[in-house]
Design a binder for this molecule. Structure first.
Ligand code: ADE
Length: 300
């Protein structure tokens, strides 16, 4: 797999030389190219950003350096025989990065990451390249980082370990939490190693039984048990707001959002644990859906 990263902080990507990803590179399983966006600026200050049209705080990354940098990365890749590029744009407003998406990306031969700083990249850049290749806007969580580089490291590590031959044991990601197949929607259960007794704590007896069927069943039961205790919010099935609102009322907890007076921001975890659903408004507010009969107060 070929990876290109265009960034104003190439040094931020140094961890791609370390551990699993570093080894995959050394073995030729991953071909990583980090590019400095400022190489495609021509003014004294190597400017990559400008004020937003329409006003507002912060700065927006300019079209021209991104366009030139991406064209150059693409030309270089094609010249070296790469094909089938996919652009991955880390952004908090993107689609949640999940194990399923990691699997999907790991099946692509070429990923081009465009981590942004400031308020993000001028929209026209994504629109332009979307005419040439799939563009995935991806969020690694509901929080805002200072830039997308850390997200590139997260996505790369999750993807790289899925590449054929990268993990020592070809089976070892089959049992990952969220892995499509048997473990889809399940959290991985606990694991143990030697010694069998530590500070008075024993390991579950079944693991010493040598009975593969029993051990497999125990692992699955543990995964169910852990999952039942609480699926993390990003794995809770998000109901489509239109569908979710039908026949349901919204719990009222926490301050109202002035832009959406009928709804409100809620404390996410406890409500999610209770209601098992969420939605998003403007990328920041979280709605909890509760049965019409439930909830301490409600808005319709
Ligand atoms: N850039 C800033 N915050 C981000 C997030 N949560 N996910 C991906 N990219 C980001």
């Amino acid at each position: 797999m070929r990876l290109d990263v265009v960034t104003i902080f190439p040094e931020y990507l140094e961890p791609l030389n370390v551990s699993l990803v570093g080894k995959a590179r050394a073995r030729g399983q991953l071909d990583v190219h980090v590019h400095d966006l400022r190489d495609w600026t021509y003014d004294r200050h190597n400017t990559v950003d400008d004020t937003p049209y329409g006003g507002g705080p912060g700065m927006v990354m300019k079209t021209e350096p991104w366009g030139e940098a991406l064209d150059a990365a693409l030309a270089d890749g094609y010249e070296s025989g790469a094909h089938g590029p996919v652009m991955v744009v880390p952004t908090p407003s993107g689609r949640p990065f999940t194990q399923e998406l990691a699997v999907e990306l790991s099946e692509r031969p070429w990923l081009i990451f465009t981590p942004a700083r400031y308020e993000g990249i001028d929209r026209r850049v994504m629109d332009e390249y979307a005419t040439r290749m799939p563009v995935y806007e991806v969020s690694i969580g509901d929080y805002v980082l200072a830039g997308g580089e850390a997200a590139v490291l997260v996505v790369t590590e999750a993807v790289a370990r899925l590449l054929p031959g990268v993990l020592g044991n070809a089976e070892s990601h089959r049992d990952d939490s969220f892995a499509p197949g048997e473990m889809a929607n399940l959290l991985e259960g606990p694991v143990y190693t030697k010694p069998p007794r530590w500070r008075g704590r024993e390991i579950p007896e079944v693991l010493l039984s040598g009975h593969h069927g029993k051990i497999a069943r125990w692992r699955r039961d543990e995964a169910f048990r852990r999952t039942a205790r609480g699926l993390p919010p990003h794995r809770a099935e998000p109901p489509r707001p239109d569908r979710a609102l039908r026949g349901l009322r919204l719990r009222q907890e926490g301050p109202r959002d002035p832009e959406h007076p009928g709804l409100e921001t809620v404390r996410r975890r406890p409500i999610l644990a209770q209601a098992g659903g969420r939605g998003r408004i403007g990328g920041c507010c979280v709605l909890a859906y509760a049965p019409a009969t439930g909830g301490s107060s409600s808005a319709g």
